[in-house]
Design a protein around this ligand. Structure first.
Ligand code: FA5
Length: 341
């Protein structure tokens, strides 16, 4: 057997040479050289650990079988040293679990569940987003051709190979349109919401994070119009904030919707401020009628079907509901913040 790691290869060679000279071959399993490899494993960065660990384990198994069948290794060596215990750990040495009553679901996850629950009751399916994507889904499928200036508005993180950490959940639009195209053609409108984690190269402040959650919504059918968009979002907001709120649209620009809007709601009572126009309204999300080119990219005929889409920041919505003043609390891990939920 040859080992890729030079340290494992050297120790393997030395231990093999030693094996024959030992009065009791089982002693090879206690050799400090072998133990040294396991100590070394603990110091390695995670990306090197897997291969190194595999090779050290292979060497141990080989020595075990050379030392004779049926050997019971009294002082067991770990199988996965990154785990807090392993299959060989005696019951009385197992670590204690924290009692479950000391843990809780993160407030964002609780809210995502309740947001999705409202949309499900409105007839929407919930689909999962993804955390690595490509140029086609981030830009091309959303009507940002190469060189389109609006590409610069999304400060994306990209690998050298061109993979992209999605900067918005709109990357999922093409996928859900294609997935539900057949049922659309059988008369069933496409109604999907997609919560997901997104990433942007941002200057951070109380309302801007580099990693945050969005909720995308897509609705497509025959004769769908802006009135349906306003009614759908308005119904959601009333349910989420448990009160009847006025809503308004103001013109905006996204390459993948035409016309495009920003959707604002009247400030819920708990967040009422002064009396100026700016104090009355909260802008919550981007939305619009799905651009015909986006439908065509999914082989949906825009002459027959129309639809709307929207995408909003989940943290900002939750901040408004609970009066949270700084978005950075969510990922801070601070217990005094988390225990309030
Ligand atoms: C978009 O991301 C569009 N994809 C929205 C959309 C979807 C439009 C479908 C039309 C159709 P925008 O960049 O404005 O748009 O972000 C949408 C929302 O994400 C914002 O309204 C805000 O609530 C939230 N958001 C944006 N940047 C941040 C950030 N850095 N930190 C926290 N929330 C953010």
């Amino acid at each position: 057997m040859s080992y890729q790691n030079p340290d494992v290869a050297r120790v393997a060679e030395e231990l093999m040479a030693k094996l024959d000279s030992l009065p009791d071959k089982k002693l090879i399993l206690r050799d400090p050289l072998l133990r040294g490899l396991f100590d070394q494993l603990k110091t390695l960065p995670p990306q090197e650990r897997a291969l190194f660990g595999k090779e050290v384990n292979e060497l141990r198994l080989k020595l075990n079988s050379l030392a004779g069948d049926g050997i019971v290794i009294e002082e067991q060596l770990p199988i996965d040293i990154t785990a807090p215990w392993d299959v060989n750990t005696p019951v009385d040495k197992m670590p204690d679990f924290f009692p479950t009553e000391q843990g809780s679901i993160h407030p964002l996850m609780q809210e995502i569940e309740s947001i999705c629950n409202i949309y499900q009751r409105m007839g929407f399916m919930v689909e999962e987003s993804r955390e690595i994507d490509d140029d086609f889904h981030m830009f091309e499928s959303l009507n940002f051709p190469a060189g389109h200036p609006a590409r610069d508005d999304y400060d994306t993180f990209m690998t050298d190979e061109g993979l992209i950490a999605p900067a918005h959940t709109s990357t999922m639009q093409n996928r859900v349109l294609k997935k539900y195209k057949d049922s659309l053609e059988q008369g069933e409108p496409i109604a999907v919401v997609i919560p997901g984690r997104v990433f942007r190269n941002e200057d951070l402040d109380v309302t801007h994070e580099h990693t945050f959650y969005q909720l995308e919504g897509v609705y497509v059918g025959e004769g769908v119009n802006v009135g349906n968009l306003i009614a759908t979002l308005g119904a959601f907001m009333n349910e989420y904030f448990s009160q009847q709120l006025k809503t308004k649209l103001q013109p905006f620009y996204f390459p993948f919707t035409e016309p495009s809007f920003e959707f604002a709601i009247e400030r819920p009572t708990a967040l009422k401020k002064g009396n100026t126009e700016a104090d009355q309204w909260l802008e919550l999300l981007g939305c619009g009628m799905i651009h015909p080119k986006v439908l065509k990219m999914a082989d949906i005929d825009p002459e027959i079907y129309t639809g709307f889409a929207w995408g909003g920041g989940i943290e900002r919505l939750v901040m408004m509901k609970h009066g949270i003043e700084d978005i950075r609390h969510f990922e801070s891990g601070k217990l005094e913040f988390l225990r309030q939920f």
